[in-house]
Design a protein around this ligand. Sequence first.
Ligand SMILES: *Cc1c(COP(=O)(O)O)cnc(C)c1O
Length: 363
Amino acid sequence: MNRIHNFSSGPSCLPEEVLQEIREEMLDWHGSGMSVLEMPFSCPEYRAIAAAAERDLRALLEVPASHRILFLQGGAYAHFGILAMNLLTPGRGADYVVTGLWSERAAAEARRHGAVRIAASAAREGYRGIPPRESWQLDPAAAYCHLTTNETAHGVQFRELPNTGTVPLVADVTSDFLTRPIDVSRCGLLYASAQKNAGCAGLTILIVREAMLRDAADLASSVFDYRRQAGSNGCVNTPPTFSVYCAGLMFAWMRRNGGVPAFAQAAARRSACLYAVIDGSPLYRCPVDPAHRSQVNLCFRLPSGELEREFLDEAARHGLHHLEGHSAVGGIRVSLHNATPDSSVEALLAFMRDFAARRRAAA
Ligand SMILES: *Cc1c(COP(=O)(O)O)cnc(C)c1O
């Protein structure tokens, strides 16, 4: 078996230990005589899998009893619109803080369903940082204030959750989910696609304050109706059963390995090493304000597109893959997830130092 060093932003690498578990249980889950792929979602075996996943996630993020956890389909992109359908009831608008490609898309989708105000935007500066909180134009009557905690394409991350007063915070936490602690009690709704840091595609994880659901709209589509989904424990229709199973294995793996604080420490340590190499060489340039640089998606440029191509080609020959920036941004992007092995980070650091040294020698 020859596995690559995989720096993909998502679907991203999984721990080998978890992949082995999936393989071992593939044909016969825990003596049930069936694969998870074959289980009806109402059977006790699947219900136990989903309940364990929920319990472990609740423990990992210390989710308070005031908040429900829902395992739904659609992906975060679908929920950009679905959450607006649920929460933008007639006469109420929402505030959006736009700090990169993903929050821009979240606002654009929501706008199709109701009144969306851009409370702050870093678009004019090319998404290199986060507008200071004092400059945000928040509406105290807004249904919610939406932000993206980590901008996967631009490499911009909130250090901490901003204070939005009495307006509930709604956050897309897809790309830094479980890479650091988050105070769930301060949020109305958190949502994340699973394939960045919690398993495989097909699953959207929602953590929502029960009180938020009480005020939600009554939707024409039951499957998209958060209140009805909560009422039937996410089983209005077939949940993404295999993805829930994989997420559950990831949660259990994280708990065995020190929980969120241990992964937060690793993210801080590993991203600091990488930014030190980027800042330490005139060849690499990270455009993001150091105060808001992402610890998950590290974006940087080389002096020309030609050199960036050369960097990516050579990296691939060293077994280092999926380092190209998002197509809307270009450049290089290193994605470090909880499952990224230290050995991959070390191989990349060595390659980057060596590539820069050889360029210097050639100049
Ligand atoms: C990847 C990503 C999405 C989109 O996820 P899908 O599963 O493709 O819908 C949304 N928001 C952020 C922050 C992301 O990183």
